[in-house]
Design a protein around this ligand. Structure first.
Ligand SMILES: NC(=O)c1ccc[n+]([C@@H]2O[C@H](COP(=O)([O-])OP(=O)(O)OC[C@H]3O[C@@H](n4cnc5c(N)ncnc54)[C@H](O)[C@@H]3O)[C@@H](O)[C@H]2O)c1
Length: 308
């Protein structure tokens, strides 16, 4: 891969501006397309804010060119990252236009959270160059990017995306099949299913579930993955625990009735003041700040040579 690539990012929202910053900070030329003038006008300040947060030179803002025109954004792009709203029809239409407007060598990536990449690429003449790149929010602070392969893709499209992301300080992983939720959200929601079932069954309250994770096994999760941990304690112990535990774990195959009941009652979480727990503006603000400070400190540490 060339050391300096031409990158197009589609959509300058929550995810798109962070993705643009990542590649600009890595020295690439970035064009950031958004039809909304307000979003384009806000880009410079938002990029400068990220540079400041991460103690980085403010050069990234200057290396990102906002544009309203999709044709201008992708005309000479080597890589296109789509971060437009999560609607299948919109993404399919965007990828159809990008396939016509971008160079034939360009690799086209979608940041969809949950739509199958296979459906986005279906019938697209560039389907052999369409991959998923699932960044996590905020993309400039959370290093993981799931790179999703689907049936029609030419495997040769995966390695350059992985290399580009790695060189930009991300931690890409290769997801070999386009399964719903990819890897991270499947794991995250498997945990949530059991967490909700425990509260619904009256075993504990929501705060206790959160404490068990934060003050217990969550402490080691950032340095010891679940399968590494199984290897550490031994697979024989893991199988013994599973024999007892697996028959008892929740296996509700839809959104849990307890969760649906909360939503029906208007308990939507921090935005409504009540979800699984009660929130005031102050307590919700404190959680957001604690998270942002923690992620920023980790990202600054990684940029100074710590591990990603
Ligand atoms: N927010 C998250 O936590 C998160 C995490 C991972 C992935 N994603 C995915 O990333 C994508 C973007 O999400 P977001 O949270 O940044 O959304 P967002 O609403 O903040 O940003 C979307 C941007 O796309 C622009 N847009 C609308 N129509 C467009 C078009 N036709 N062409 C180009 N741009 C258009 C909007 O003006 C807006 O600026 C979605 O697919 C979402 O599911 C989001």
């Amino acid at each position: 891969m060339e050391s300096k690539a031409r990158i197009a990012v589609i959509g300058a929202g929550l995810m798109g501006h962070g993705i643009a910053w990542i590649f600009a900070a890595a020295g690439h030329e970035v064009r950031l397309q958004d039809p909304d003038r307000g979003m384009r006008d806000a880009v410079g300040q938002r990029l400068s804010d990220i540079s400041e947060l991460l103690d980085r030179a403010p050069n990234a803002a200057g290396q990102v060119q906002p544009t309203a025109s999709l044709a201008d954004a992708v005309a000479d792009a080597d890589f296109v990252f789509e971060a437009a709203p999560e609607r299948l029809d919109l993404k399919r239409e965007l990828f159809a236009r990008v396939a016509e407007l971008a160079p034939a060598h360009a690799i086209l990536a979608s940041n969809t959270s949950a739509l199958p990449i296979t459906r986005i690429a279906e019938g697209n003449p560039a389907a052999d160059r369409i991959v998923g790149t699932h960044f996590w929010n905020p993309p400039h602070l959370v290093p993981l990017v799931e790179v999703i392969e689907c049936e029609k893709v030419n495997e040769a499209a995966i390695a350059p995306v992985m290399a580009l992301l790695r060189a930009a300080g991300r931690h890409p992983v290769h997801v070999r099949k386009d399964v719903p939720g990819f890897i991270g959200n499947r794991l995250q929601h498997a945990l949530k299913r059991e967490a909700i079932a425990l509260v619904a069954a009256g075993v504990c309250d929501a705060e206790t579930v959160d404490d068990v994770v934060k003050y217990g096994f969550g402490r080691r999760l950032a340095v010891l993955g679940p399968l590494e941990q199984s290897d550490l304690v031994g697979l024989d112990l893991t199988v013994a625990i599973h024999e007892t535990l697996m028959p008892d774990l929740d296996r509700t195959a839809i959104a849990h009735p307890y969760l649906r009941a909360r939503v029906a009652a208007g308990d939507l979480g921090m935005k409504s003041g009540r979800g699984f727990r009660h929130w005031t503006e102050e307590t919700a603000g404190a959680v957001r700040k604690r998270l942002a400070d923690f992620l920023a400190a980790e990202a600054r540490n990684a940029a100074r040579g710590g591990e990603n």
